[in-house]
Design a protein around this ligand. Structure first.
Ligand SMILES: Nc1ncnc2c1ncn2[C@@H]1O[C@H](COP(=O)(O)OP(=O)(O)O)[C@@H](O)[C@H]1O
Ligand SMILES: [Mg+2]
Length: 258
């Protein structure tokens, strides 16, 4: 894709109404997600992702607008995606457009979320009765079916291949990439004096290869201050704690200083 084409197409931003009607086929809304809006990109092979200020938890059961969250998540995710790309990870990010949006490669999303855990917390602690913060003897990789309707149920490898959601080779490539991403993220967050407890990844198929899609942000990671253990992620929202966005701002500030 020619760079000049991206710039000229993106210089004329659509108004909200134009987005809804899809004037010139640009920025037509294709999917309204819980925290992002997906619009048509500059051609059939791209999409524009807009980060919204909506915070949701418990499969949409808790919902609130947090002004500024979209810009914080976009900035954090774009910084991380650039770092991962510089370190050999193939991602969907083509170009950051503005504070809350980016042009990305359109992919066929694998309908599986990959969860990587370095420390016990959240659903893992509840399900297996281990206190949050417990050390794990090895890195845990789990999968969930991407289905809001079914409540994103946990699914194992033989179930994934049995249902044809991913082939065995594709699944093992996703695991390998997730572990490599974990190593890179642990290195980055350690420098930012943050403990990466766990996180969720999505992958997509594009030009016959797997690419990292969606976002990596305090919405999709558990991030604790390395010294105090203070939560700097969406658990503050889930658990009705104060200063949700202060945590997100802190994460961005520290990552910028690395
Ligand atoms: N590069 C991509 N190509 C196609 N779809 C993508 C890409 N990156 C993310 N997505 C999808 O776009 C949606 C992002 O919006 P989000 O608000 O997170 O939605 P959801 O409510 O489904 O979680 C997700 O469904 C995600 O799987
Ligand atoms: Mg999502």
């Amino acid at each position: 894709m020619k760079k000049s084409l991206i710039f000229s197409a993106l210089n004329t931003r659509a108004t909200d109404n134009e987005k809804r009607t899809g004037v010139n086929g640009l920025e037509k809304i294709l999917y309204e997600g819980k925290s992002k809006t997906i619009c048509q990109g500059i051609d059939e092979k791209s999409l524009i992702i807009h980060y919204k200020d909506d915070a949701t938890a418990f499969n949409g059961g808790k919902k609130e607008k947090l002004p500024g969250k979209g810009a914080l998540n976009a900035a954090i995710s774009h910084l991380i995606y650039k770092y991962l790309a510089e370190n050999g990870i193939k991602t969907h990010l083509l170009k950051v457009i503005d504070d809350t949006s980016a042009l990305v490669k359109k992919a066929e999303i694998v309908m599986i979320e990959v969860i990587v855990r370095n420390v016990a917390a959240g659903g893992f602690s509840e399900k297996y009765g281990v206190p949050e913060g417990s050390a794990l003897k090895n890195t845990v990789v789990e999968f969930c079916l991407k289905s809001d309707k079914l409540g994103d149920p946990m699914i194992n490898e033989s179930q994934i291949t049995a249902l044809g959601l991913a082939a065995e080779a594709e699944l093992s490539a996703m695991v390998q990439q997730s572990l490599k991403i974990n190593q890179l993220l642990c290195r980055l967050f350690t420098q930012a004096k943050i403990r990466l407890i766990d996180f969720k990844l999505e992958f997509g198929r594009c030009d016959n290869q797997l690419i990292l899609c969606d976002e990596i942000s305090p919405d999709s990671c558990r991030l604790w201050d390395a010294d105090t253990g203070k939560k700097l992620d969406k658990d503050r929202f889930r658990r009705d704690m104060d200063g949700v966005l202060d945590g997100y701002r802190d994460v961005l500030r520290r990552l910028k200083n690395v």
